[in-house]
Design a protein around this ligand. Structure first.
Ligand SMILES: Cc1ncc(COP(=O)(O)O)c(C=O)c1O
Length: 349
C-alpha cells in the first residue's frame, strides 16, 4: 500500500466488483421491471439543461418533491449520490474520528465500511435466532451511532417494529433506520422523524424506483439533524440530471406499486421453486430471498455464474453458512434462475 495513505486504510477491502458481461443479474437486489420508464423520458428533457452551470447546492427541487410525497417540510431531507453517500454523511456528522458505530450482524456490510472509511470502528451485535434484533445487546454496546436496516439485507426479513422503536427510545444517540427496501415491505418510520429527535431514516431510488444507475438516495430526519448533515455534505453532490430523473420517477407512484406487486406475486413462486431444488429459503419481506443450500453456496454461485446467472454468495460469513441471496425477478428471470439451478444440482456429483 502507498506509504502516504492513512494507516487504517490498509485494513480496508475493495467492494464487491463483479464483471457481469451479459449475465442475468440476480445479485444486486435491483428492480424486476428493469429501469424506471420515467428515466429515459426525463433524460431527453435534460438535453435542454445548461450543464455549464452547477446544480442547486442542496438538491432543493428533489427535497421539495419528497416533502410533498411525505407531507413534510423540505428541511427534513438530505439528498445525495445514492443512500450510500447519505450513510457516509451520517458517519461524518455524528461520529468523532476514532469513534464507533453499532450495527447488527449479519447486515449490510457497508454500514460498518463507512465508519471504517471515516477512521472509525464498528461494534457488531449478532442478530438473535430468526434474525431478529438483540435490542438489549445493541443498547449496551458503546458507539456514537446505531445503524439497522429493515427489511434487513441480506437476511431479507423485517425487524419487529417494537424492537426498532425500543432502540430509538432507549438511546441518546442517532439511530439510523436504513429503509432501502422499505417500499417492498410497506412499513416505514418516516412519519416519526419529528417525534424522535435521534431518528434518521434512509431511502434510495435504486430499488423500488429502478434507478440504481442514477445514484440517488435521501435521508429523512428532524430539522436539527438534517441541518448538521447538510453542513458536511459535499455541496452539489447530486447532479442536475440525476435530480431531474428522480423527481420524474417520484411522480410516477404507479410504477412503484407495480414493482411491489410483481415482487409480492413472484416471491411465493420463487420460494417454492427453491424449495423443490432442496434449498431452504428464509421468509422475505424484501425484493430478494436468502436461502440455505444443501451443498456449498460458493460452488452453487460459481456454477450458476458459468451458466450466465449471478447470485450473491454469503456462505463464508458467520451465521450465514452455505447461504446465498437472489433478487426476486420477473417470472421469466426467476424461471431462468431455477432452470439453471436445476441443471447445476443435476450435474453436481
Ligand atoms: C441495505 C442497503 N442500504 C443501502 C444500499 C445502497 O443503496 P444506494 O444504491 O442508494 O447507494 C443498499 C444497496 O444495495 C442496501 O442494500
Amino acid at each position: 500500500m502507498s506509504r502516504y495513505a492513512r494507516p487504517y486504510i490498509e485494513g480496508l477491502s475493495l467492494y464487491y466488483d463483479p464483471k457481469p458481461g451479459n449475465a442475468l443479474r440476480m445479485d444486486t437486489n435491483t428492480n424486476p421491471l428493469g429501469e424506471n420508464p420515467a428515466g429515459k423520458d426525463a433524460l431527453r428533457e435534460c438535453l435542454e439543461m445548461d450543464l455549464g452551470q452547477y446544480p442547486n447546492t442542496y438538491g432543493d427541487g428533489l427535497r421539495k418533491e419528497l416533502g410533498r410525497l411525505y407531507g413534510l417540510d423540505m428541511d427534513r431531507f438530505v439528498v445525495g449520490n445514492g443512500s450510500d453517500e447519505i450513510l457516509d454523511i451520517i458517519c461524518k456528522t455524528f461520529m468523532e474520528p476514532g469513534g464507533k458505530v453499532v450495527i447488527a450482524y449479519p447486515s449490510y456490510s457497508l454500514h460498518g465500511w463507512f465508519s471504517k472509511a471515516n477512521g472509525g470502528g464498528v461494534v457488531e451485535v449478532d442478530l438473535l435466532p430468526g434474525y431478529q434484533l438483540d435490542v438489549e445487546g445493541m443498547l449496551r454496546a458503546k458507539g456514537e451511532i446505531i445503524i439497522v436496516c429493515t427489511p434487513n439485507n441480506p437476511t431479507s426479513n423485517l425487524f419487529r417494529q417494537e424492537d426498532v422503536l425500543a432502540l430509538i427510545e432507549g438511546s441518546d444517540r442517532p439511530v439510523v433506520v436504513d429503509e432501502a427496501y422499505g417500499e417492498f415491505a410497506g412499513e416505514s418510520l418516516i412519519s416519526l422523524v419529528d417525534k424522535y429527535p435521534n431518528l434518521i431514516v434512509t431511502r434510495t431510488f435504486s430499488k423500488a424506483y429502478a434507478l440504481a444507475g442514477m445514484r440517488v438516495g435521501y435521508s429523512v430526519a428532524c430539522k436539527d439533524m438534517t441541518l448538521a448533515m447538510q453542513k458536511v455534505r459535499v455541496p452539489y453532490s447530486l447532479d442536475k440530471v440525476s435530480e431531474h430523473v428522480a423527481i420524474k420517477a417520484l411522480r410516477d407512484q404507479d410504477f412503484v406499486r407495480r414493482s411491489v406487486d410483481i415482487v409480492r406475486k413472484e416471491r411465493a413462486r420463487l420460494e417454492e421453486g427453491l424449495r423443490r431444488l432442496g434449498m431452504d429459503p428464509l421468509p422475505s419481506d424484501a425484493n430478494f430471498i436468502l436461502f440455505r443450500c444443501p451443498k456449498s453456496s460458493a460452488q452453487l454461485t460459481a456454477r450458476l455464474a458459468v451458466k450466465g446467472v449471478l447470485i450473491r454468495d454469503f456462505g463464508a460469513k458467520r451465521l450465514l453458512e452455505d447461504c446465498a441471496r437472489t433478487t426476486i425477478g420477473t417470472t421469466e428471470q426467476n424461471d431462468s434462475l431455477l432452470e439453471r439451478m436445476a441443471e447445476v444440482m443435476a450435474e453436481w456429483l
